[in-house]
Design a protein around this ligand. Structure first.
Ligand code: C5P
Length: 290
């Protein structure tokens, strides 16, 4: 995670992610689903600013829609770290939100990972990545991935990370149709008789390290059909994104954001202009931060 200091304030950039591939392998005994997913961080960031105080954890958020209490994973991350250190530690955290909430872009998870990384430095805890990984997994399934970033094949609940190197850069257009989707609800509505096809992961992993158009046909998200059933308007959104010139249009996470690939920044701006005119939602042009 990108971290820098200015006077007495630490800044951590918390990137969004896209799931280029997500297959559900089955229901686990702990109630979670076993996954195989390829996640990639992209150039859309929240920013967390941290300052040392004598006691207490205070979160200030940039939007009234983002809670600043215990329901925010940033506060839970700070409390977990303080407990782990067996010390009463103080900090004020300011969260500048840019990643849409309930979009499947991992904003809350990335903010939590940024809090762990930032407070580990601010509080001089010197915890290694394995310990931070273990704490991150307690906060949420996607949190550990953000400690690594880039592109990774994630298994288990999403918390077993294998980083992928040599990934070629991609430019995406992401549309958030301003619908907040509950991840829990989407998983609960998954049909029990899943057909699993893991051949696609291998093909995608092979193509992702080559420049070219071979990668998009292998984008896939098992949760997409469930979320589309809950919000029928998403079918039209995906069609409009394809018509605007985007390739491999797919949902990220449990939704509701969809993304597609552009051949260049210029083509991405053209797709953005077409989609803006249709008023489909909030639109972002982002690059992979592989
Ligand atoms: O781990 P996290 O709190 O982000 O998960 C939110 C919800 O999504 C869980 O309560 C669970 O219902 C569902 N989930 C799941 N399997 C996963 C990840 C999440 O069933 N691998």
């Amino acid at each position: 995670m990108e971290i820098f200091q200015e006077h007495r304030t630490l800044f951590v950039k918390a990137p969004a992610k896209l799931n280029l591939y997500l297959e559900v392998l089955g229901l686990r005994d702990d109630g979670y689903h076993e996954l195989e997913t390829i996640m990639q961080t992209v150039s859309l960031y929240d920013e967390l600013a941290l300052e040392l105080t004598s006691s207490g954890i205070r979160l200030v958020t940039s939007s009234p829609d983002v809670p600043n209490d215990h329901t925010n994973l940033v506060v839970r991350a700070a409390e977990l770290l303080s407990q782990h250190a067996h010390r009463q530690l103080g900090a004020t955290l300011r969260l500048e939100k840019r990643i849409p909430v309930g979009a499947g872009m991992g904003g809350g998870s990335s903010d939590a990972a940024a809090a762990l990384v930032g407070l580990n430095r601010l509080w001089d805890l010197d915890l290694n990545r394995e310990t931070l990984h273990e704490l991150a997994a307690r906060l949420g399934s996607d949190v550990p991935f953000f400690l690594y970033g880039g592109t990774a094949l994630c298994r288990g609940r999403g918390d077993r990370i294998a980083q992928i190197s040599g990934v070629k850069p991609l430019t995406y257009v992401v549309v958030w149709p301003r619908l907040n989707v509950s991840t829990k609800e989407v998983y609960e509505k998954l049909p029990p008789d899943l057909t699993k096809d893991l051949r696609q992961t291998k093909l995608l992993l092979r193509e992702i390290t080559k420049a070219g158009s071979g990668v998009f046909p292998h984008f896939f998200n098992r949760l997409e059909s469930v979320t589309v059933k809950l919000h029928a308007s998403l079918t039209l959104l995906a069609r409009r994104m394809t018509e605007s010139g985007l390739a491999g249009v797919t949902m990220t996470g449990s939704g509701s954001a969809f993304f597609g690939v552009s051949g260049s920044r210029k083509e991405a701006e053209e797709s953005l202009a077409k989609l803006s005119a249709l008023g489909v939602g909030d639109i972002f042009v982002v690059e992979s931060t592989y």
